[in-house]
Design a protein around this ligand. Structure first.
Ligand code: F6P
Length: 334
């Protein structure tokens, strides 16, 4: 490791100094999260060698098929964060109910929400997947119940993701910009490699599952049609399209070189409110994107302003480069 390199631990300690009333708990909590992500990274990397690929033969609360690694990653995350004494409760995509900290362990002031392995349909085909997390402050005193989690995204004190790709990276925000760290496998430490990530305001690239085209609402349809019309259309330029079906990988690309990601409301997901989950997918990603100068909306409302009503609530998501998200919002208004 070079002398001028900053480890994630040192970076987090400096971040903690900016948080009013922080005591060291926050630094320890983030360290536990980082440890969990390193363990998951190691297992994703070993894959078939350690027999973790394939289906677990069960469904999660969303009715989606669980992969073995979904369940293992969930356990890794819980175990790494259980004993630190920093949390009041946890909640995960893979668990129907919140997970209260048992009475045998000291209770802390934070609440942790996570999607232990997002984009897990990609695991078996060796394409990037990731872990997403969001930290809220819990109530003082009493053990937090579900109601303690029902806070809008603007109340997040930290959000981040780990992406398990050609490199393992961790991207974090505590509300003072968005920073990226790369795992140096030789020393087992994340090193600050992408300080103060900024999303270009203009872009010529977008990501959407185009197989849903026939279900889209008119504003999304109009925007995509105009992009696809290229130089001959009203936009007067050619656009490029990407769809990895792994939100973490998609958001990571947008943070690196700009773009727009859409999983909009459509006639197929309307009844459920959208496709992606608010509390542990849309909110943390919105915080990260906004802190990098991007924008995040349902098309009708800023995502982080939504008052949640359920743990596994779904929302439409349109996020990324500011000018295009603004344009999409204006098409929804029209
Ligand atoms: O569960 C979320 C997720 O896996 C995202 O990571 C990804 O963007 C999306 O679902 C993929 O959806 P689809 O299967 O419709 O392409």
């Amino acid at each position: 490791m070079r002398d001028d390199q900053i480890t994630i631990t040192h970076f987090i300690i400096e971040e903690q100094r900016r948080i009013p009333g922080a005591t060291g708990d926050f630094t320890s909590l983030l360290n536990d999260i980082v440890t969990a992500c390193k363990v998951i990274s190691n297992m994703v990397n070993k894959g078939a060698l350690i027999g973790v690929l394939g289906s677990a033969g069960s469904d999660n609360v969303q009715g989606e098929v669980q992969k073995k690694l979904d369940i293992i990653s969930n356990e890794v995350f819980i175990n790494a964060n259980l004993r630190g004494g920093h949390l009041g409760a946890m909640a995960s995509e893979e668990m129907d109910e919140i997970f209260p900290i048992p009475a045998s362990v000291p209770r802390g002031k934070y609440l942790l929400l996570f999607d232990p392995l997002d984009g897990s349909s990609n695991i078996d085909v060796n394409v990037s997947v990731g872990t997403i997390f969001s930290i809220l402050r819990g109530p003082d005193g009493a053990a937090p119940g579900l109601d303690a989690f029902m806070q809008p995204g603007t109340k997040q004190i930290c959000a981040g993701y780990a992406v398990y790709g050609p490199s393992t990276m961790m991207v974090l925000t505590t509300g003072h910009g968005t920073n990226g760290f790369t795992l140096d496998q030789d020393i087992g430490e994340f090193i600050l490699t992408h300080p103060d990530l900024r999303i270009p305001e203009e872009t010529g690239e977008f990501a959407i599952n185009a197989s849903n085209m026939r279900f889209w609402e008119p504003p999304v349809r109009r925007w995509v049609d105009e992009c696809l019309a290229g130089t001959e259309g009203p936009r007067g330029k050619d656009f490029n399209m990407r769809w990895i079906a792994s939100m973490v990988a998609e958001v990571h690309r947008i943070l690196t070189r700009g773009g727009v990601f859409l999983y909009p409301l459509d006639s197929k997901n309307r009844e459920k409110g959208g496709r992606l989950r608010l509390m542990y997918e849309a909110n943390p990603m919105s915080f990260i994107i906004e802190q990098a100068g991007g924008m995040s909306s349902t098309g009708r409302q800023r995502i982080m302003d939504i008052e949640p009503t359920a743990l596994h609530q779904r929302v439409p998501v349109i996020l990324g480069s500011k000018r295009e998200v603004e344009r999409l919002i204006s098409y929804h208004e029209a």
